[in-house]
Design a protein around this ligand. Structure first.
Ligand code: KG4
Ligand code: ZN
Length: 358
């Protein structure tokens, strides 16, 4: 029997240093042999956000240890690894350089192929780590740096249907958290606070809700939260603001997902449609619930990665590596880091002043 490929994945695009070993079973389904993630929360918490220089230093300090742990846990010998996949972008250039250079050095010394991976492609394929998923599918990618609807047509072929024109949804969660005094990264804490608050207490704006197709905007929401946060004093008011904020996000994602679903359905005349929701914010249980209910109404199958694979990890990077290794799509050792690397290179840049939406 032919040996199944074994892939080492390395991730260092932002504030998680991660390494993972994966392979596949006889049915071609991926198996995670190890998945080690070291978060830098303590490094950045006093600064209220990720400090690139400190993040890069922490990656340098940890990357060999984390990779060693991933190898040990997997019980695979380093020389039995078939290819080394590493995130090459998008992300912080100084952070990406650490992981990609480390991967290149390993590839060179072990004489194994290198696979440069788009971090967003990792998120896009991440639900394939635990679910059977056929192309094409509709993807909502909601993370700290990105918020996009994509038509995932096949490995490497993505059509963007909509994107945020300003902040990413995870960024909105983190900024709101900061304004009400929650340490970075505040997204998961907002979810906790929201459980104790009144979601109807504050009426917050939903920018471009009724225009711009399934494009999204969160900057106006942040400004409104800033104003209210200056007046609130009690814990209960903080809980109410968190709940009102989260409800507003749910409503925006619901409305925009409806539009994206309609566009996707018009594009493909299929019996069965799938809506995949991935990225750090997909860990939010309330958002999951709202989108699962929408899928029931719209007759789409909702698929999420498991909670522990929503945030940044190297298993999803190794998975892209596994898929690419099967079609022998390897990269040269001079592959550059790409701080900006859109999945759909033909999609118009929609951020900043001067963007006109209908
Ligand atoms: O995918 P990810 O780990 O990193 C990026 O690629 O950006 O996403 C991190 C983002 C952060 O903004 C974090 O606050 C948010 O995901 N997040 C959440 C939750 N868990 C993580 N936001 C809302 N609710 C959560 N439970
Ligand atoms: Zn990510």
């Amino acid at each position: 029997m032919k040996k199944k490929p074994i892939i080492l994945g390395i991730e260092s695009s932002c504030d998680e240093t991660a390494a993972s070993i994966i392979t596949e079973n006889e049915h071609g389904n991926p198996i995670i042999l190890s998945n080690i993630v070291s978060s830098q929360v303590d490094v950045h918490k006093d600064f209220g956000g990720v400090v690139p220089e400190l993040a890069a230093r922490a990656h340098i300090e940890k990357i060999d240890l984390i990779t060693q742990k991933a190898i040990e846990k997997s019980k695979v010998k380093l020389e039995d690894v078939d290819a080394i996949a590493a995130t090459a972008g998008p992300g912080l250039v100084v952070c990406l350089s650490v992981g990609l250079s480390f991967a290149k050095a390993l590839a060179l010394s072990l004489n194994k192929p290198l696979i440069a991976v788009n971090h967003l492609e990792g998120h896009a394929l991440s639900p394939r780590l635990n679910s059977k998923l056929n192309y094409p599918y509709l993807l909502l990618l909601i993370s700290g740096g990105h918020t996009q609807f994509l038509d995932v047509q096949e490995l490497g072929v993505y059509k963007r249907l909509g994107t945020t024109i300003d902040d990413a949804v995870g960024e909105a969660f983190d900024k709101t958290a900061k304004l009400i005094g929650i340490e970075f990264p505040g997204g998961p804490k907002i979810e906790e606070y929201a459980k104790k608050g009144d979601p109807n207490k504050y009426n917050l704006p939903k920018p471009i809700l009724n225009k711009g197709g399934c494009n999204l905007s969160f900057a106006g929401l942040k400004t409104a939260v800033l104003k209210i946060s200056k007046e609130i004093k009690t814990d209960q008011e903080k809980f109410d603001l968190a709940a009102s904020f989260q409800k507003t996000i749910e409503e925006i994602l619901l409305k925009k997902s409806k539009i994206a679903i309609k566009e996707f359905r018009n594009k493909y005349n299929k019996k069965e449609h799938t809506f995949v929701i991935a990225g750090g914010v997909a860990a939010n249980k309330k958002i999951r619930e709202v989108l699962i209910n929408l899928c029931k109404e719209e007759d789409f199958i909702p698929i999420f990665p498991p909670i522990n694979l929503c945030g940044d990890n190297a298993a999803m990077i190794a998975l892209v590596g596994l898929e690419k290794s099967k079609i022998k799509k390897f990269d040269n050792l001079d592959y550059p880091v790409k701080p900006r690397w859109p999945l759909d290179k033909d999609a118009a840049f929609l951020k900043g002043a001067g963007v006109i939406l209908k």
